[in-house]
Design a protein around this ligand. Sequence first.
Ligand code: ADP
Ligand code: MG
Length: 264
Amino acid sequence: MEKIKLENLTLTYVDAKSSYTAFENINLSINEGEFVCVIGPSGCGKSSLLSILEGLNRASSGSAYIDGKKIEGPGTDRGVVFQHYSLFPWLTATANVVFAMKQSKCKGTKKELMEKAQEYLSKVGLAEALDKYPSQLSGGMQQRVAMARVLASNASILLMDEPLGAIDPQNRRELQILISKLAKEENKTVIFVTHDLEEAILLGDRIVFMANKNIQADISVDIPKPRTRESLMGNQKYIDMHNNLMQLFYNNIADKVGKDEVVI
Ligand code: ADP
Ligand code: MG
């Protein structure tokens, strides 16, 4: 079933002095439960695209739909995780999750909501940190709370903008596996922006490559899930796909800076 649809979507930023088109005439259809990774060179419009889905920016032309309804603003059907943790510093881990659940109209008594929050915090490996405040948690732990928060909420769509970009490699690996597993269990539809090709192939059912203000490639990742980093390493499909994506990056960046300058 189609969950998200973008139709001839264009976003032009306009201020008093100038205007800049971030992307133009994007068409995209995403099914319920799909995990779509979006990659592309810096500045190609990935975050701008998410901002439209989040309802924070309005399309200059064209439309974005969720469940067939035009997006008119932010909504509780969407949960967001960004690179920088966005927890409330005055609330404990549990209270942060409960707050998001209440905002997305999760039903239940205070006790029930707290139990559910704690269940999700345990799922992301924070059973020992339920009553800690963000300042008492490492970056990786804070990002786990942010993850528990969107998973426990009623949001059926997760918008993730380089959520693991600032996380150390060990936590990053663990969180990749967790996101993949929990998003599937909860049947969330995920749009996950990353600049890490390996991560995109590890997580994505599809990989959308953006450049030059549009989608240049939309590739199905035909490798059975669950995938592990180890199993991908020797997999010929993985190697071919990685090379293909590297080539896309190379071609795009080479156009801009000249072929001798490209370092990936
Ligand atoms: P990405 O996330 O792929 O790095 P962005 O969506 O952040 O790219 O930005 C796409 C382009 O739009 C960039 O050239 C950026 O400078 C520009 N841009 C982003 N936000 C604004 C804004 N609020 N006003 C004007 N230009 C913007
Ligand atoms: Mg960005």
